[in-house]
Write a protein that binds this ligand. Structure first.
Ligand SMILES: Cc1cc2nc3c(=O)[nH]c(=O)nc-3n(C[C@H](O)[C@H](O)[C@H](O)COP(=O)(O)OP(=O)(O)OC[C@H]3O[C@@H](n4cnc5c(N)ncnc54)[C@H](O)[C@@H]3O)c2cc1C
Length: 145
């Protein structure tokens, strides 16, 4: 902001009426949060998704981690014997949380350093969460830090 009206209308002439209005609209900025909880589970309760591990979208993995954790949580809770759910949830967090923690760290690092401005860096450990297969029984060995 402000929008470079000449540049944007030259690239998207069909959007000129919208861009002209947008160019006169004051900008608004929201900060991103990296939410880190001391623990994700307490008794029979477990948190997943942005409530547990919000991250800035530099790596585009917030929803991905949420869905992976939802899947593995459902599997762990379903497999837990009666009366053992709290322990099963603790073990689920111990096994599944490290990938999300590392993804938050990496995403925050890209946001802090603006490294993505240098071009596509979706390689190596940046794509760990994208490659994490929650249905692979060997995933914890494959992704050991
Ligand atoms: C700009 C941007 C780009 C992103 N791009 C990507 C991407 O490319 N890939 C990716 O994997 N992730 C991406 N993310 C992250 C992703 O959107 C989130 O990680 C994901 O939506 C989290 O899902 P969630 O269900 O935990 O939370 P939300 O999607 O936030 O869902 C929470 C829901 O709860 C509702 N709610 C809140 N309070 C109450 C209440 N009191 N009562 C009832 N309902 C309530 C909200 O309205 C909302 O519908 C991006 C995020 C942003 C901001």
């Amino acid at each position: 902001m402000p929008i470079d009206l000449e540049l944007w209308t030259s690239v998207f002439p069909q959007l000129a009426p919208v861009l002209e209005v947008a160019a006169e609209t004051p900008g608004r900025y929201y900060g991103y949060q990296t939410t880190r909880l001391d623990y994700w589970t307490d008794g029979k309760v477990a948190l997943i998704g942005d409530a547990a591990h919000a991250m800035c979208p530099a790596l585009a993995q917030g929803a991905g981690c949420s869905m992976q954790n939802a899947w593995t949580l459902a599997v762990a809770a379903t497999a837990a014997a009666d009366g053992e759910l709290p322990d099963a949830l603790k073990e689920w967090e111990r096994l599944e949380r490290p990938v999300t923690d590392r993804t938050q760290d990496k995403s925050q690092w890209y946001a802090d350093t603006r490294e993505m401005a240098k071009g596509n860096q979706f390689t190596g450990d940046s794509v760990e969460a994208a490659l994490y297969n929650p249905t692979d029984p060997n995933r914890h060995e494959v992704h050991a830090a």
